[in-house]
Design a protein around this ligand. Structure first.
Ligand SMILES: *[C@@H]1O[C@H](CO)[C@@H](O)[C@H](O)[C@H]1NC(C)=O
Ligand SMILES: *[C@@H]1O[C@H](CO)[C@@H](O)[C@H](O)[C@H]1NC(C)=O
Ligand SMILES: *[C@@H]1O[C@H](CO)[C@@H](O)[C@H](O)[C@H]1NC(C)=O
Ligand SMILES: *[C@@H]1O[C@H](CO)[C@@H](O)[C@H](O)[C@H]1NC(C)=O
Ligand SMILES: *[C@@H]1O[C@H](CO)[C@@H](O)[C@H](O)[C@H]1NC(C)=O
Ligand SMILES: *[C@@H]1O[C@H](CO)[C@@H](O)[C@H](O)[C@H]1NC(C)=O
Ligand SMILES: *[C@@H]1O[C@H](CO)[C@@H](O)[C@H](O)[C@H]1NC(C)=O
Ligand SMILES: *[C@@H]1O[C@H](CO)[C@@H](O)[C@H](O)[C@H]1NC(C)=O
Length: 432
């Protein structure tokens, strides 16, 4: 079966003009008063990657066999795991750290789809794998796969969104899978879902394809229309049924909205399709989502996150004035401050408004800024188009074929998950 992608059939060149139009007036000049200095400093690397092996005894020695004893084993939260309450983990810089990063390799994780394995697909440079996100006020705790599985014991963690979100799902699977012995883990496709199951922990990490969060005619996992998209701004029940019992939900929806300044949608009558401004449509869709959250989520047993938009790097002139091209052949992060016009602040404001009005707490993981710096980390010409790796000819035409939307793995989505892990650890600790 073919993988679902954002751009299975559209020409990327139509996209930039629209994005520019849509957000030209909300560009912000300087986000960080403090310059991000010394990016290429060799990181004061923390412990080398913990050398977990796929060995039953290790897993079970530390945490016991859940089948035999169902009670929760307390998780040891070490001082390194604690986060200062005040620390804003989304403000900081990328530091060179080729000792701790990458957190896994393409070879060690069999669950990566071809779309993200840039190295295997022929990307010649590998610096993009070696950056660690360093918040200004604290350190992110190291992802400890066993601790994470312990947090997820008896639970379902589900990522809902488009193919950018799918990369975050895959990253999460890769972060934990190394400690689980062969035969005790499985990845199943149950369209529109993917389910990674860890038997011993009765835990699952899942992905649910819903590029607009609400229902649309693009909801088929593989056969979805990109050009003739039509969104049902007031319908979410069909998806919602599959989300209701999930313990930890992580939502994301952005780039599918941004194809043109208008989008065809229905609201009220299911037969009356009309064009809406994207911002209007996005707000209506999120209101539908918010109503669902308010009525279905039990804040005592369920946790909900919302990922802010994943930035794109489609126009090189934005970070290097006077130049042409896109993210192709970029091998180093941007030394801030930087905010691309592709990241709509209007959409950001809508997300802010909607989350503010919710009755249930939903945590925004505001990863846009930290990802903005990573012009070097997209799949570029080392990914897929229409489910197939680019041909040699296509690769030599980056202007038309570079994908500056999706990210290589290992890479930036691992950092999103390190931050998600930080929050899960904190919440879990608070419950004990
Ligand atoms: C698992 O660990 C034990 C000792 O802890 C060792 O004897 C055994 O060889 C290991 N098995 C594998 C598959 O690594
Ligand atoms: C890590 O980076 C340093 C500094 O750039 C370099 O000297 C060293 O060879 C690198 N080590 C590895 C294993 O790539
Ligand atoms: C894909 O969807 C379209 C329209 O919904 C349909 O006409 C077509 O037969 C489908 N193709 C496959 C392979 O299922
Ligand atoms: C909406 O649908 C109509 C009819 O299919 C089409 O002509 C129009 O271009 C669509 N609008 C957008 C914004 O896609
Ligand atoms: C849609 O956007 C355009 C341009 O931004 C604006 O002039 C128009 O009033 C908007 N329409 C609606 C219905 O919001
Ligand atoms: C890639 O960038 C390097 C400089 O960073 C340049 O020398 C090289 O020609 C570029 N390659 C292509 C194919 O543009
Ligand atoms: C997310 O962070 C950016 C700056 O990094 C800020 O401009 C934006 O308002 C934040 N979004 C929300 C919804 O708080
Ligand atoms: C939501 O979170 C805030 C701060 O984290 C907390 O003060 C508040 O009590 C929470 N509200 C609910 C309904 O859980």
């Amino acid at each position: 079966m073919r993988e679902a992608t954002i751009f299975t059939s559209i020409n990327l060149s139509g996209y930039p003009k629209m994005m520019k139009q849509l957000s030209i007036d909300c560009r912000i000049q300087s986000l960080f008063p403090v310059a991000l200095a010394s990016l290429l400093v060799l990181g004061t690397a923390r412990l080398a990657l913990d050398n977990f092996k796929s060995n039953d005894s290790l897993v079970f020695r530390l945490y016991g066999r859940p089948r035999d004893e169902r009670h929760r084993t307390p998780i040891v939260v070490s001082p390194d795991d604690r986060l200062e309450e005040e620390c804003n983990v989304f403000e900081g810089n990328w530091v060179w750290d080729n000792i701790s990063y990458p957190l896994y390799t393409e070879e060690s994780c069999p669950y990566l789809v071809k779309q993200v394995t840039c190295g295997r697909n022929g990307r010649p440079d590998s610096f993009y794998k070696n950056w660690r996100w360093q918040p200004n006020g604290c350190n992110l705790p190291r992802v400890n796969p066993l601790k994470l599985l312990q947090i997820l014991r008896g639970k379902r963690l589900m990522f809902v969104g488009d193919s950018v979100q799918r990369a975050q799902f895959e990253s999460m699977v890769c972060l934990v899978q190394s400690v689980i012995p062969e035969g005790k883990k499985s990845l199943r496709r149950v369209p529109p879902m993917k389910i990674f199951r860890v038997e011993e922990f009765d835990a699952s990490i899942e992905y649910y394809w819903a590029p607009f969060v609400v229902e649309s005619n693009s909801d088929h996992a593989t056969n979805h229309t990109v050009l003739k998209r039509s969104v049902k701004l007031d319908s979410i029940a069909k998806h919602g049924k599959e989300w209701e019992k999930v313990d930890i939900l992580v939502f994301e929806s952005y780039v599918w909205w941004m194809y043109k300044p208008q989008i065809n949608a229905t609201y009220g009558s299911p037969y009356e399709v009309r064009e809406y401004n994207v911002t209007t449509a996005y707000r209506l869709a999120l209101e539908t989502w918010a109503n669902w959250i308010n009525s279905k989520i039990n804040p005592h047993t369920q946790t909900v996150f919302f990922m802010s938009m994943s930035p794109t790097h489609l126009w090189r002139w934005e970070w290097e004035p006077g130049s042409g091209g896109n993210c192709f052949n970029e091998s180093l992060p941007i030394q801030g401050p930087y905010w691309g016009t592709g990241s709509s602040l209007q959409i950001m404001d809508i997300v802010h408004d909607i989350l503010q009005q919710l009755k249930v707490n939903v945590t925004l993981l505001n990863i846009t800024q930290l990802s903005e710096f990573r012009k070097d980390a997209h799949t570029s010409v080392y990914g897929e188009r229409r489910g197939k790796l680019l041909t040699k000819e296509q690769r030599s035409d980056p202007k038309n074929f570079a994908d500056c939307i999706h990210w290589c793995l290992p890479g930036v989505p691992d950092t999103w998950n390190e931050i998600l892990y930080t929050y899960l650890l904190k919440n879990h600790h608070n419950f004990l």
